[in-house]
Design a protein around this ligand. Structure first.
Ligand code: MG
Length: 403
């Protein structure tokens, strides 16, 4: 059978979601064509990806690394053109030829390219939860004005979507009335991270090297730290609220150590349907790429579902989770403040300049200093984000005695 090829750009192709996306695209090569890829600093891997996957455009966002790369290889490798910075990202996310944009850059850098992709009516597959948390209202209002579609690739939200679609319902992003009339509760699962069983009194001794070891998923450093503080689950609560818009008390998380059940949807009649799969990002990525069909064939062995356990989150040990829930409740720029203060704190923690237990305290102190307000355009969001970051840095320097 001959299919119409769909063109894909990957913002952040050298990270774990990006690399998994390239593998999925390879196995579905009769349906997809790679258009653009990007990296920040990992030019060695980018070069390998250019030679192996031959995209039309490759973007390097770090200025030094871009110069280094172009000095070494020139601004074209075979048929691949090398572009620089945010302009390059905008190019690969809004070009007419592009159908699907995979937003897999960690952090705030992909906000503008995603907004551009939305106004260019693309299908956006979003792995970046920070911008959903920080700029959710703007993203939803932009989506309402365009024909673009935003599909979550975060495993839990992708699982919620799979259950909702498999149950005959529709994907209507942020449609409160619709989902309230169909669903009772959404539950996402959390592996619990590496410190679930550690005594709280030991938390002060946690170093970054311990926090980046995730028990079940293989992921980048920032998200691994977020998993270890349970901030990741908190951000995911905000993300679920944004996508499906049930009341906050109907969106919850539970600990499920095996990471095989990813989400549970309780319908109006009291039936609960769960999504189960091996913890393999290729599953949600492929579902989003071929949505609403299932075309990807997993090469994994038969999954075993013995000894599945569920337990409540010990919230007193993980204050970041509650901080995120209250941000979800307060709305406006609370998610932005939470995310920016968290990113800065995690950055310092990764250098072992602050303690693990300082992270929630810093975030709380930043909340005490920053005004809650609404940002309705991209400029004010970026300005507000920069402001919160510099307040967070100032606070860390002043109170935690670090440069
Ligand atoms: Mg997740």
């Amino acid at each position: 059978m001959v299919f119409v090829l769909r063109s894909v750009s990957i913002l952040g192709s050298t990270g774990s979601v990006g690399a998994n996306t390239l593998e999925v695209l390879t196995s579905l090569s009769e349906r997809f064509r790679l258009y653009g890829i990007s990296c920040n600093q990992n030019i060695l891997l980018l070069h390998n990806q250019i030679t192996q996957y031959k995209p039309a455009i490759a973007v390097i966002t770090d200025e030094k690394k871009y110069t280094e790369f172009v000095n070494q290889h020139g601004s074209r490798i075979g048929d691949t053109e090398i572009l620089y910075g945010e302009e390059g990202l905008n190019e690969i996310s809004s070009q007419k030829v592009v159908d699907i944009v995979v937003a897999a850059i960690v952090g705030f850098t992909c906000l503008r390219p995603v907004i551009n992709a939305i106004s260019s009516n693309k299908t956006i597959i979003i792995a970046n939860k920070e911008i959903l948390v920080s700029a959710g209202e703007l993203i939803i209002s932009s989506l309402k004005k365009s024909k673009a579609r935003l599909l979550p690739v975060d495993s839990e939200h992708n699982a919620l979507l799979q259950v909702i679609i498999s149950s005959g319902l529709e994907y209507r992003i942020n449609d409160k009335n619709y989902y309230k009339s169909k669903l009772n509760n959404l539950t996402i699962t959390a592996s619990g991270g590496p410190f679930l069983d550690l005594e709280f009194s030991e938390f002060k001794n946690i170093k970054s090297k311990h926090a980046i070891k995730h028990p079940t998923w293989s992921m980048g450093k920032k998200i691994s730290v977020d998993s270890s503080t349970m901030m990741n689950k908190g951000l995911e609560i905000i993300e679920a609220k944004l996508l499906f818009n049930l009341d906050l008390e109907n969106i919850n998380a539970i600990i499920h150590r095996q990471s095989k059940v990813h989400a549970l949807v309780e319908f109006l009649d009291g039936s609960t349907i769960a999504h189960m799969a091996e913890p393999d990002m290729k599953i949600p990525i492929s579902y989003a790429l071929t949505f609403p069909d299932r075309i990807y064939k997993s090469s994994a062995e038969k999954t075993s579902y013995d000894s599945l356990t569920f337990e409540d989150i010990p919230i007193s040990k993980f204050p970041c989770y509650e901080l995120a829930r209250s941000a979800a409740k307060n709305g406006k720029n609370s998610g932005l403040i939470l995310n920016a203060a968290n990113e800065i704190s995690v950055e310092y923690f990764l250098k072992d300049k602050i303690m693990f237990t300082d992270i929630p305290n810093i975030i709380q102190e930043v909340f005490d200093k920053v005004e809650i307000t609404s940002n309705d355009n991209i400029e004010s969001i970026i300005e507000n984000d920069n402001e919160v970051r510099s307040i967070s840095q100032g606070l860390i320097k002043e109170k935690y005695g670090t440069a």
